[in-house]
Structure formats: C-alpha cells, structure tokens
Design a protein around this ligand. Sequence first.
Ligand SMILES: C[S@@+](CC[C@H](N)C(=O)[O-])C[C@H]1O[C@@H](n2cnc3c(N)ncnc32)[C@H](O)[C@@H]1O
Length: 252
Amino acid sequence: MDDDLLAGTRTAYDAVAESYARMLPDTRYEAALDLAMVEHLLVRLGPGAQLLDAGCGTGRMLTHLTALDPTLRLSGVDLSPGMVAVARRAHPSIDLAVADLAALPHPDGELDGVMAWYSIIHTPPSALAPLLGELHRVLRPGGLLLLGYQAGTGHRVIDRPYGHDVELGAFLHHTPYVCDALLRAGFTVDTVLDRGAREQERHPQGFVLARRPYPAGRTGSAGQHALHHRLGVGAAHPVAEHPTPRRRRGGR
Ligand SMILES: C[S@@+](CC[C@H](N)C(=O)[O-])C[C@H]1O[C@@H](n2cnc3c(N)ncnc32)[C@H](O)[C@@H]1O
C-alpha cells in the first residue's frame, strides 16, 4: 500500500487514540446483527482458539471477545502506536504489537482465527490483495477470517475524526469485490452479510467470514460452489473446507 497513505492513517490514529477510546468504549454502536457475526466466528472456532484482532485499535473488541469467551488465546496488532498504547493499558496481559496488516510478525499458519473489524477501511480496494495474502499466510489451514467494513464504493473523508483536526480518509468496500479478492488470495467464502445503513449510519455495512481451506483433495465442498455461484464471485473451483473426518473405531 502507498507509504504516504499508511503514514497518514498512523498519524491520524495516534492523534485521536485517547478520544477514540472515550467516544467508542465498547460495542454500543454495533447492531446486534453485526455482533452475531462475531459470535458466529467464535462458535465456528471453538473454545481455546488462537485469535488475532488485526487492527485492534484501542482494544474494545478484545474486551468484547474476552467477555464472550474467556478461553480464547487473544492477541492484537495495529498500525498506530498510540492506539496500541491505549489497548495495552486496558489489556496488559494480551500480546499487542505495532504492525501493518500487510506485514504481520507471525509465523506461517500460526493462528486459528483473524478478525479484521473495520481495519481494512483505510486500505484502497486495489491494495486489498497483499493484505489478504498476509492474513491467509498467518492462518492455519482451516483457519477463519472475519472482515467488517462500511460497504459500497468510493472514498470518504471523515470530518473532524473523533473531534480532532486531523486528516483521515476511508474507503468503502464492495462486498462482491471483497469476496473475489478473498478467493484470489486463496480463501473460500463461508458467510456473507451485507446490511443497509441504520438511522445513525451513513453507509451499509458488510461482513464476510472466510476460511483458509485445507489442502485440496482432503474433501470437497458442494456448499462452497453454491455460495460462490450465488454471490457471482470467482471461478467456483473445488475447494476443501473440512478435513476428511476420521472414522472412530467402533463408530458408525
Ligand atoms: C476504525 S478503527 C477500528 C479499530 C478496532 N478494530 C475497533 O473496532 O474499535 C481502524 C483501526 O485500523 C488500524 N489500521 C488501519 N490500517 C491498518 C493497517 N494497514 N495495518 C494495521 N492496522 C491498521 C488503525 O490504526 C485503527 O486503529
């Protein structure tokens, strides 16, 4: 991604970090439907999963995730040292690092899940590919990625973000394009939610749950074909979704 754009995003969030934490302390502005996608992710991951909050900001979603499932092994990264400093204050026992989503400090295949909750909104659609490639790299086969973003097309300038005179722009992401980019990065698309704007919102909101597939040949997925076809994304090629279940001795 453009270095100036990245630097501008980092500088803006450094400036607004304390106000962000004050004005957006929890999930009160999320719709129940949005949070249902987070719960869906956790149900699919199961207890004890190693989950990265990618673009964790001040850590409010880490608080939410901990409340939903205290057994999760959570970590977080964010571009802005200022945002990470605030998150560290709230979550001294969680491993939090300053990093770009397109260059994560994690070994290949380390994570069960990644949640990028409104953190791809400062990345232009044209620069999604390397970012999604990196999220794919750090997930284990079978691992899950949840994206949340303002849905649509175009760029918007945020007016006095969190009450500060700083420049901060954001990109809308068109869900079929996001799904296509996910497929190109090697993911399968599992669940898609595009909902209209509520009264206090300016834009529709999009959420996509995607999976890093198991190596091809482990199993097929007719459901995946059907979903990709319905979404009209990518060439619906055979992808493996779950490992072939081992028959238990004495089982049916
Ligand atoms: C709208 S805030 C969302 C923060 C948090 N996920 C939440 O829901 O409160 C966007 C966050 O994404 C981070 N961010 C934006 N682009 C990023 C990138 N390329 N790599 C890492 N973090 C990024 C910003 O620094 C900011 O903290």
